[in-house]
Design a protein around this ligand. Sequence first.
Ligand code: PSU
Ligand code: MN
Length: 301
Amino acid sequence: MLVSEEIRAAVAAGRPVVALETTIVTHGLPRPRNLEVARAAEDLLRRAGVVPATIGVVAGEPVVGLTGEQLTHLASGERVEKLSVRDLPVAVARGVDGGTTVAATAWLAHRAGIRVFATGGLGGVHRGASTTFDESADLVALAGLPITVVSAGVKSILDVPATLERLETLNVTVLGYRTDAFPGFYVTDAGVPVPARVDAPAQAAAVIRARDALGLSGAVLLANPVAAAAQLDAAEHRAVLDAALAAADAGGVTGHDTTPFLLDHVHRATEGRSLEVNTAVYLGNTALAADVAAALGAPAA
Ligand code: PSU
Ligand code: MN
């Protein structure tokens, strides 16, 4: 694993660092928006005085703090794989290029000493999982990594209530940020309440410090809804989601292809509107992650 000098120094000095994933770049967003959004997230962090740590795998080397060139390469590469935790050893042994999922990114970030991580929407329990067992490795990864992930809940393509049940089972502390409703990625409210709420970065930091002091090994998931004005229209959201799920079913799409397939279908069906929401969600989460990382660096109130 290669950790950039800048990140190594920032972690050692206790300065704020925020990790960013790359599956959203390689498999989540279409080109050229993917690279634009990845760069915008890094710029936003730098402007907030936070060191960005974009994480991915280049020629079999897990890199914490991709260079601009490496990021461009992953964003435009033809043979770039989607890598979750179980894929990392194979990717390293075979020298492949890959975007890391929330699970794999959280693992590498934690090993590099990074405490806060921003993504769009966490993976979770897929609809029909009671027969397919298709549940994202993101959930299990977060159970064993004392890191903080900022996400807009989980993608609404999933079974959201089942995902929250699993997060409870896995001892992941879920916090709603300025909301009592668990967000549904494209929409502010997925129809399920959050177990606890915080209203400021310092309050989130207090929970994170308490988790650390208790020696708990699970993640804190800070669920940050997209601004109400920016969310996808509820009726359109429902219709598009139903169509995407039916298309996946008809096409026999399964396993790790499911999430990229559904996201792509939704982006096309909404003529890019959902892409705007996806972008707003991601950058909003990155901004909140910056504030939380800064609050964690500040002395406890
Ligand atoms: N959030 C997004 N876009 C994405 C993802 C999350 O806004 O593409 C990715 C994340 O990398 C997440 C992965 O870890 O989707 C989940 O895939 P799966 O359901 O196969 O575990
Ligand atoms: Mn899966």
